[in-house]
Structure formats: structure tokens, C-alpha cells
Design a protein around this ligand. Structure first.
Ligand code: GLU
Length: 291
């Protein structure tokens, strides 16, 4: 018998590292529209792992600003749900379990390179915020060696070994067919950090799988991350969700919005008396891709 298709579960995954802006609101609104059109559930997950930048007051403001904007969710840190906790800093045991699984099969190896070493070992640095393709300095020739014990006190990041030359392809709900080549478009990436925390790629994959997310809606800047995450789903033996990447919102000068640009933060717009409905009315409804 064919198991029933899981009903739609979407998610909003903001990080409390500053005030959310109109670009976040637009992406989240599209996530909300897609969840509603499918008669599904929306989960809010507080991605607060970056202790140096995440602040509790941003976490509170972020939820308040999203609610002001008209967003709602059925599961989250403020309303609970069957997959609680919904705050990443409270989910470390899940990430440790997944990391142990990767470690056990030799999918990861310890890397002693500092960011500076990695940059210096490169011939052509990549533009934007993408992490440079790792040149493989610490990659063991034999994957079995990856499981050798690391001396206590060594400052290391654990990297996931990508299958060089393999094309990772997926059908994006907005951008259509996507293909990235492992080892060329992205290299071995960090899954466990030297400060004993999971990296974004691992944490988000583990959570989306554990929370039964069926479609990930997020900004187009994460298309390449999706390729990395698809490798993690495979290594962890989990079924990946569908992906729908949304074009990034830019300001009037064509520069993509960032948390450091305050003018279009939800906080500022709200203080100025902006109307969420009027803001939403300026967006192309076809962006949500709902027939
Ligand atoms: N928490 C991430 C961010 O705010 C988003 C992660 C995702 O949607 O996969 O940038």
C-alpha cells in the first residue's frame, strides 16, 4: 500500500540577529500563502545558534514584528507544538545525534584551517557572502582516516566531504531546474564548529527533517546551500522537502536588503505608521506561484 502523502508543512526560520526587514516579510508572506493554499501548517523556528550575534530582545521583537505584519503560525516558540522546542539553542541534542551519525560513516573529517588559511589557499575567491570553495588542505586521502581521534583542546571544525564532480540537481518551485557541481560550485563545508555548535547547514537540515517540513520557502541566496543540504539529507538517510526560493527584494538602488539597513526594517516601518496591507499590495501576487 502506498503511504499517504504527508500534508503540507512549511516553516519560517528567522534568526534573531537584528531587526527583520521587508524582504524577510515578503519571503515569509509567500511561505504563508503557500501553506494556506495547500491547507497546511506553518512552523516558526527561532534560529538563534549564533551566540555572538543573536540577542533575546531581537527574538521577542522578531515575533512581534511578524505578527504585526499579519503573519501567523501554528507551531513555534511562543505557541508550542508537537515538535517542540522550536528554538535551535534548545535542540543541541538533535544536532549532536546527527553529527554522530555522519561521523560514524566517515562522512566528516576534522579541519584545522582557520578562515585565513582557507582564503590564502585559494586562487580565485568567490564573490558575495558565499564561503570560498575549500581547497582540501585537511581532507584525508582515505576517508577511513577521518575517524581518528582528535587530541583534546585542538581547535577544529568538522567538514562534510562532498562527492567531487557529482551534479546535485533539484527542481525549485520558483526558479525551475537547478544543478550545482560538488567540488566546483561548493566544496567540503563545515557541519560542526570549533565552538562545539552545529553549523547552519547541519542544524537547518536536521530541523527541517525532524519537524516534518514538506516545503522550504526561503530567499534565493540560499539556492547553493540547498545543494549542500541535499547531500546531508542523503547522508542522514532522510527524505528532503521540496524547495521554493524567492527572489531577493532590493532597495531603490538595486541593493539587496540586509539587517544593517534600518530604513526598511519592520520596526521602522511600524513606527512610521506603515500599513502592512498597503505594503503587501505592492508585491506581485504571482511570486507565490499559486495557480
Ligand atoms: N535562519 C536563516 C536566516 O535567517 C534562514 C535559514 C533558512 O531559511 O534555511 O538567514
Amino acid at each position: 500500500m502506498v503511504p499517504p502523502a504527508p500534508s503540507y508543512r512549511g516553516r519560517l526560520a528567522p534568526s534573531p540577529t537584528g531587526y527583520l526587514h521587508l524582504g524577510h516579510a515578503r519571503t515569509f508572506w509567500i511561505a504563508r500563502e503557500r501553506a494556506r493554499a495547500a491547507g497546511g501548517v506553518l512552523v516558526l523556528r527561532d534560529e538563534d545558534l549564533d551566540a555572538s550575534r543573536a540577542r533575546p530582545e531581537f527574538a521577542t521583537t522578531m515575533l512581534a514584528d511578524l505578527r504585526w505584519f499579519g503573519l501567523d503560525w501554528q507551531e513555534g516558540p511562543d505557541c508550542g507544538g508537537p515538535f517542540a522546542p522550536y528554538r535551535q539553542s534548545q535542540r543541541l541534542a538533535c544536532y549532536r545525534g546527527a553529527f554522530a551519525q555522519l561521523h560514524a560513516v566517515g562522512a566528516v573529517y576534522p579541519c584545522r584551517c582557520s578562515r585565513q588559511d582557507i582564503l590564502q589557499a585559494l586562487t580565485a575567491p568567490h564573490a558575495g557572502e558565499e564561503e570560498p570553495v575549500y581547497p582540501g588542505t585537511c581532507r584525508p586521502a582515505n576517508p577511513e582516516k577521518a575517524c581518528e581521534p582528535v587530541p583534546a583542546g585542538t581547535r577544529i571544525n568538522w567538514r562534510f566531504r562532498v562527492p567531487d564532480g557529482e551534479t546535485i540537481s533539484f527542481l525549485d518551485g520558483h526558479f525551475g531546474p537547478q544543478a550545482f557541481v560538488a567540488g566546483r560550485d561548493f566544496g567540503d563545508f563545515v557541519v560542526w564548529r570549533h565552538d562545539d555548535l552545529p553549523a547552519y547547514q547541519l542544524a537547518v537540515t536536521v530541523d527541517d527533517a525532524a519537524m516534518g517540513i514538506t516545503e522550504v520557502v526561503r530567499g534565493a541566496d540560499l539556492l547553493l546551500s540547498t545543494a549542500r543540504q541535499l547531500l546531508l539529507y542523503r547522508a542522514l538517510g532522510r527524505r528532503p522537502p521540496a524547495f521554493f526560493h524567492v527572489p531577493l527584494l532590493t532597495d531603490e538602488r538595486g541593493i539587496r536588503l540586509a539587517k544593517r539597513h534600518d530604513a526598511l526594517s519592520l520596526r521602522t516601518l511600524r513606527a512610521q505608521g506603515a500599513s502592512p496591507a498597503a505594503l503587501r499590495a505592492t508585491w506581485d501576487p504571482q511570486l507565490a506561484g499559486i495557480p
